[in-house]
Design a protein around this ligand. Sequence first.
Ligand code: AHG
Ligand code: MN
Ligand code: MN
Length: 345
Amino acid sequence: MQDGRITLTQFIIEEQRHIDGATGDFTSLLNDIVTACKVISNAVNHGALVGVLGSAGSENVQGETQKKLDVIANEVFLRSNEWAGHLAAMASEEMEDVYPIPERYPRGKYLLTFDPLDGSSNIDVNVSVGTIFSILRCPGECRTRPSAEAFLQPGTEQVCAGYALYGPSTMMVLTTGNGVNGFTLDQNIGEFVLTHPNMTIPADTREFAINASNMRFWEPPVRRYVDECLAGREGPRGEDFNMRWIASMVAEVHRILTRGGIFMYPLDEKMKAAGKTGKLRLLYEANPMGFIVEQAGGMAVTGRSRILELEPEGLHQRVPVILGSRNEVQRVLDYHREHDATHAA
Ligand code: AHG
Ligand code: MN
Ligand code: MN
């Protein structure tokens, strides 16, 4: 811009030069995603004034009650990204099946998955929520007949991942595999401006985030890790720890990118008994956040393996998520390894 600031549009045009085989398509797709996030941000900001709070009275494929804003944000993403010819299909937390780009529009070479509104239990209480997205290439024949299988690519295949955070300020944080950069929405000019270049996660932290109401169901390695944190200076870690739980993964990851920390939504006995494989969704929560966290120097694992290397089995597959500061995530990984080695079947 004239004033020396770098807009997101300028940044992604320059960034695209690092992506193999990318044409103007990618920049244009990101612009449409950015527009969708601005529209959602506007709806979130106006809240009760424009009647967008509360329940929609329906359930999504996960059996969760949809908020009005879950449905609105999903529609905004579909409408904003279907027309331009960059995508073959989209998949979302709020839709059971994939959404092939309708015949009346040209189809493109990318796939988009998204969680249109993350942390939606926070909407009605005016606490931060966000949007998470991931861009994949459309393999082989998928352009003509896009199916769910086309989306089942490991997270290492992501071309781009990002999130928008609708907090005290609206931010967009992105990676295309070349580091992580954060942009703040300047409401006066309607542009995201680069404010957080090269975001990196400190390797060490004294802050953890976990929903402790599930403590009685945790597996021994998670319980051990948290017990040791809680024991503070008198315990084996020899230091006091702080705890946070916002119930909005976008906000937790953003805090971790800003000042470090570890976030855990682990596998637990209650999930296992119910036949569930985790709480968070692989394709539009764990993979994009894992990509961002790794690009910022952190780690993202299930407790037993690297999230980005998982071979997805379903569009809405759930996985355990442990991510953040490298040394702490490695410690939790080690605790799982030690436990599994001594309790092998
Ligand atoms: P969503 O609103 O998209 O369903 O995601 C909510 C997720 C995640 O953002 C958050 O960390 C977690 O669910 C909160 O779960 P609890 O309500 O069990 O704490
Ligand atoms: Mn979510
Ligand atoms: Mn959601």
